[in-house]
Design a protein around this ligand. Structure first.
Ligand SMILES: *Cc1c(COP(=O)(O)O)cnc(C)c1O
Length: 804
């Protein structure tokens, strides 16, 4: 009898409890016999065994919150880009080594089990990933909190390349059993749409024409060292009316299922773009679906132990992640007035004291505004309330300019609505917050001085350093002792070590371990051999014109051109790594993807340049790919047009992992530069002010191109079809746009970027200088822990204290 057989039949003999639990779950939860279990079966068994260990701290946290009547934070977000859960939860519980040992004992590789888990990709990019980092930090800090979102059946699409072109296929994360969630069919709310409003006895009564049921699914989120756990509650939509048996019995099967199908569309798919405003009724319905279900749940919970709704702000803080849940203002007023009988003004005061709004973008195309026709049709009662809020605000602030307001030009402006209905409005980096004050809400900022505050974003160091980069995390612990994961400012303790050559060698060795692992993965996945001796130069993020992947690939072509002209000049080899998805309808972004892939095809097969330059673009960038790539990066590309990237959080992950930034003065790059020092950052490019001025010259692009021979040559090569020999005119439009419609100033920043890239080579050629610089990036990244960000939210917006 093997240990395995014995373990299944007699749990008491297994040497370790976790292993016994895994086998018990394999048998009784998954229903598989160990000798026939697949990696997938083992993953489910391990996940259940880990989840069991989260449940106790989770219950304890909830009990404490009730017993001490603590104020709770409710984080409303249309996106949670969580990624994988198993490894993160295992590490936070301190069970990683035990899990590895338990799996090894049954002959299974823990890494394979971890990699079997599909990413929960319920978000597009930075905004959704921020929400996920915040959930983890709130749990780590013992901040009693719920995340509220939508349980999309299909998360962000999967990306493939077909001859270099992006192909989207549906993502299906729920196709396999999802072991982390608890279905709560008993926690369900009705959400209405459309219909009409009747006045009766001075009260307004909304009779919705459509209703759906929002059903809760809870995922516990465990903090560092398992001291506290919060709940991520995602809503699934289903029909309110029962299945139409009569129609079914008549043989009308499709019609019988139709109401259900329609209801379910609300939580069917994630909108694949958060940088463009979608004037679609389904989007508005999704936003209201999330918000109404969350607010009903919040009030139910509050009223189960309180009776005075006027005290709500003492117990409830609600944060709106961008304007997507901005209907929370009017909806909370509606619930307080229509369902609970409060006066309008009183309800407005309560709602505003509860609500906070985080602005994430200045891009005009992303600012949500709804035609009053659509808004009034989908949410007739809310249209009345919005108008009433607007007229209240106009009367309360007689200095308000006539052109300022929520309802203007037959549109409801969600930014203004969120601003007016919040007690605090925050930007996500120092520069962004200044621009929010100056350009987005200058008049409202004057009327409400002090309402706009800055809370620079952060990322969780547990996932992005401790978990993703074990070689570096180990070196840090060896150097400064344990415990830095929850006190990231302690990384400053690495500073004296950077003068020690032995430490720098160990730092470089950790990076090399990660680079070798990434090289192997790239070889396996893409069939391209890349050398770990090269500089790994990485730009991974959504593909967008403002993020300027185009600038990167144009400069890469210029570099290739120079290499070819003197291949023996002692160049430092480079691997250019790209990753990212384009919104399916964003034609220009897709053209950039295709260009990168076309250039890679030519460059990677050039015998003249060989290992001196490789370009790889692994498809389907997501959280787990970021975890693989970022620890292996030597250089972090953060090259957006100044004034356009609100914060960036990718930039912070790279910094933590010891990759210096090549970047512009944009978003949180400004603060990264400040923390790390100019000598450890490759700064280039126009500032936000210079960008604005430069654009006033209608000839800016032509002048910049004509002043740069390398850029002239690059554009010429692309225009001649050097990278698209089967279709030489493929990029004519793209080249034309650079010459004549270069809104994002690719041409104007090209030379400076080219020079900064040469500086990178120079620095890398001097290992003492380079590894000092890399290590100082890690040492000075403490400010960018999302723990610091969450502490500020707790103090400055939510007025909530830690339960730990
Ligand atoms: C961090 C992260 C982002 C945000 O990256 P930026 O460079 O700040 O745009 C987007 N997607 C994923 C998967 C991430 O992990």
């Amino acid at each position: 009898m093997t240990l395995l057989d014995k373990a299944v039949t007699d749990l008491s003999v297994t040497p370790n409890l976790l292993q016994a639990d895994i086998l018990r779950h394999l048998t009784f939860t998954v229903g598989k016999d160990a000798p026939h279990a697949s990696v997938h079966d083992w993953r489910l068994a391990l996940s259940h065994a880990i989840r069991d260990r989260i449940v106790e701290p989770w219950f304890a946290s909830t009990r404490r919150t009730w017993a001490e009547d603590r104020k709770r934070v409710y984080y409303l977000s249309m996106e949670f880009l969580i990624g994988r859960i198993l490894e993160d939860a295992t590490i936070n519980l301190g069970l990683y080594d035990a899990a590895a040992e338990a799996m090894a004992a049954v002959g299974v590789d823990l890494r394979a089990v971890i990699d079997d888990e599909p990413d929960a990709a319920l978000g597009n990019g930075g905004l959704g990933r921020l929400a996920a980092c915040f959930m983890e930090s709130m749990a780590t800090l013992g901040c009693p909190a719920y995340g509220y979102g939508i349980r999309y059946e299909h998360g962000l699409f999967r990306q493939h390349f077909d001859h270099g072109r992006q192909i989207e296929t549906p993502e299906n994360w729920l196709a396999q059993a999802h072991p982390w969630e608890f279905a709560r069919p008993e926690s369900a709310y009705t959400v209405g749409f459309k219909g009409h409003v009747e006045s009766r006895d001075g009260r307004e009564i909304w009779y919705p024409q459509e209703t759906v049921t929002a059903e809760a699914f809870d995922t516990p989120i465990i903090g560092w060292q398992g001291k506290w756990a919060n709940t991520l509650r995602l809503w699934g939509a289903k029909g309110t009316t029962n299945f139409d048996l009569e129609r079914f019995n008549r043989g009308d099967y499709t019609a019988a299922a139709e109401p259900e199908t329609l209801a379910r569309t609300l939580s069917r798919v994630l909108y694949p773009d958060d940088t463009t405003y979608q004037g679609k009724e389904l989007r508005l319905k999704q936003e209201f679906f999330l918000t109404s279900a969350a607010l009903q749940d919040i009030l139910r919970r509050y009223l189960s132990s309180h009776s005075d709704l006027r005290a709500l702000p003492k117990h409830v803080a609600i944060q709106m992640n961008d304007t997507h849940p901005a209907i929370a203002g009017p909806e909370l007023i509606r619930l307080l007035v229509d369902d609970h009988g409060l006066a309008f003004d009183e309800a407005l005061t309560i709602a505003r004291a509860c609500l906070g709004y985080t602005n994430h973008t200045l891009l005009p195309e992303a600012l949500e505004r709804w035609a009053t026709y659509t808004f009034g049709n989908v949410l007739p009662r809310h249209m009345q309330i919005v108008e009433r809020i607007d007229s209240w605000h106009r009367r309360a602030y007689p200095n308000r300019p006539h052109y300022v307001g929520i309802v203007k030009h037959q549109e409801v402006r969600m930014g203004e609505l969120a601003f007016i209905m919040s007690h605090k409005v925050n930007g996500v980096s120092a520069l962004h917050t200044d621009l929010v004050k100056q350009t987005l809400f200058p008049e409202l900022n004057r009327l409400h001085p002090g309402r706009i505050i800055n809370l620079t974003n952060g990322v969780t160091p547990r996932r992005w350093l401790r978990m993703a980069n074990k070689p570096l995390a180990g070196l840090i612990t060896d150097s400064i002792g344990a415990g830095w994961e929850a006190d990231l400012d302690r990384l400053r303790g690495l500073e004296p070590h950077v003068e020690d050559a032995g430490f720098r060698e160990r730092f470089a060795a950790a990076k090399r371990t990660n680079k070798v692992a990434l090289s192997n993965w790239i070889g396996r996945e893409m069939g391209v051999r890349v050398s770990p001796d090269a500089v790994f130069d990485v730009q991974i993020k959504r593909i967008h014109e403002y993020k300027r992947q185009l600038l990167n690939i144009l400069e890469t072509i210029a570099h290739w051109h120079r290499l070819r002209s003197s291949p023996a000049a002692g160049w430092i080899p480079r691997v250019k790594i790209f990753g990212g998805k384009a919104a399916p309808g964003y034609a220009v972004a897709k053209e950039i993807i295709r260009l990168i892939n076309d250039v890679a095809e030519v460059v990677n097969n050039d015998p003249v340049t060989g290992d001196l330059l490789k370009i790889v673009y692994p498809p389907n960038y997501n959280v787990s790919m970021a975890e693989r790539v970022i620890p292996a990066a030597d250089l972090s590309e953060q090259i957006s047009t100044a004034g356009k990237e609100a914060s960036g959080t990718g930039n912070m992950k790279f910094m933590m992992n010891g990759a210096p930034t090549i970047g512009t003065l944009d978003g949180a790059n400004v603060e990264i530069l400040q923390e790390v020092g100019a000598e450890n950052f490759f700064l280039f490019g126009l500032t936000a002010e210079e960008v604005a001025r430069r654009r006033e010259d209608p000839d800016h692009a032509r002048k910049a191109i004509e002043a740069s021979q390398p850029l002239m040559d690059v554009l010429q090569m692309i225009a001649e079809g050097r990278f698209s020999p089967d279709e030489p005119e493929r990029y004519h439009q793209l080249v034309h746009r650079v010459w004549h419609h270069d809104y994002f100033l690719v041409a104007s920043d090209f030379e400076a970027y080219h020079v900064a890239q040469a500086e990178v080579d120079k620095a890398y050629a001097d290992p003492a200088r380079w590894w000092r610089m890399a290590a100082l990036n890690t040492a000075r990244s403490g400010f960018f822990s999302s723990d610091r960000t969450i502490r500020s939210y707790m103090d400055e917006i939510w007025q909530v204290t830690s339960a730990l």
